[in-house]
Design a protein around this ligand. Structure first.
Ligand code: BDR
Ligand code: CA
Length: 309
């Protein structure tokens, strides 16, 4: 059987970088493109960071294109405090050996859908996918599977109600969740179960490869942010969960839900209402509920160790 074709729509982002490397190191899937969207940092930086990571993986065969620079409504994209001023922990990088693909990122997604069954891994704000749907009505039905990192039931991380990827463009999220895709949603309630600790950072550094050294170096300021924010250096691997789901459908336990996105509200803009009631058991939208972190960590270690200089 052919390997699933996967497109990653992303706003790197330190945890995006780990997710992309995990995908590029995994023989179960065929990464056909990476598209950048504004999010953790503005589009010029997320597109550059996507090129840096694809180049770091030695995968010049994977096109990297830039999508939308601003959310559907409010222009709010600024530099993140979470991922460093450049979005990847402020390391020194040479000019990446991977050029920016001249195609518009949204049209590249459409092209990849037209070329055959496609899984989309969406690990940034959902702007590119909303614009895709607006420009190509019905294209959601042609997508095999859409895996989204975003949302929260219990507690947001930008506001008490809202998780970053949804908060950054709630109108886009609403357009996407109103579509007809088969969706797997991995919200904070799930991703906070998946984290790395200092032993993992030491392990990556000890690999002695460029990938190992850079991953450890990118994760260090991210760990310091987690320490300031959450009181522990454990680094949450939000975005890698979306790739992990694609690698192994049994790794994350899921249930059928309906999802509504709040676009108004003084305190609740960007909130996701994830309706887990049993009447939604057969919904085409599923939410990730539990994951075994030890298994995930072992898989991530093994895959990142497979990169050689
Ligand atoms: C999400 O927000 C970003 O900062 C991360 O890259 C992840 O996609 C987590 O809320
Ligand atoms: Ca992200």
């Amino acid at each position: 059987m052919a390997r699933p074709r996967v497109l990653i729509d992303t706003d790197p982002g330190v945890d995006d970088a780990v997710a992309i490397l995990l995908a590029l190191a995994s023989p179960e899937i065929d990464v056909v493109a990476v598209t950048a969207v504004a999010g953790n940092v503005p589009l010029a930086k997320t597109a550059l960071n996507a090129r840096r990571i694809v180049a770091l993986a030695g995968r010049g065969d994977v096109p990297v294109a830039a999508g939308r620079a601003q959310p559907l409504s409010e222009p709010v994209v600024e530099d993140s405090v979470v991922h460093g001023r450049d979005g990847l922990g402020d390391l020194d990088w040479d000019e990446p050996a991977v050029a920016l693909d001249p195609r518009d990122g949204v049209e590249l997604i459409a092209e990849m859908i037209g070329a055959g069954p496609l899984t989309i891994v969406a690990i940034g704000p959902l702007t590119n996918l909303a614009v895709l749907l607006q420009r190509h009505p019905g294209i959601d039905r042609d997508v095999e599977h859409l895996v989204i990192m975003g949302g929260a039931s219990f507690q947001g991380n930008v506001t008490p109600a809202a998780e970053f990827n949804i908060w950054a463009d709630p109108e886009a999220a609403r357009v996407v969740f109103d579509g007809a895709w088969r969706i797997t949603l991995l919200p904070l309630d799930l991703t906070h179960q998946a984290y790395l600790d200092d032993q993992d950072l030491d392990y990556f550094h000890s690999l002695g490869t460029e990938v190992g050294r850079r991953v450890a170096a990118m994760l260090e300021p991210y760990a310091q942010f987690h320490d300031r924010w959450y009181g522990t250096r454990d680094v949450i691997m939000h975005d890698a969960m979306a790739v992990y789901e694609v690698l192994d459908d049994a790794a994350i336990q899921k249930r059928g839900v309906r999802v509504a996105v709040e676009t108004d509200g003084v305190h609740s803009r960007g909130a996701t209402f994830i309706d887990r009631r049993r009447e939604n058991a057969d919904s085409p939208v599923r939410v990730g509920v539990t994951v075994d972190n030890d298994r995930f960590r072992a898989r991530l270690r093994e895959r990142l160790a497979s990169f050689v200089d």
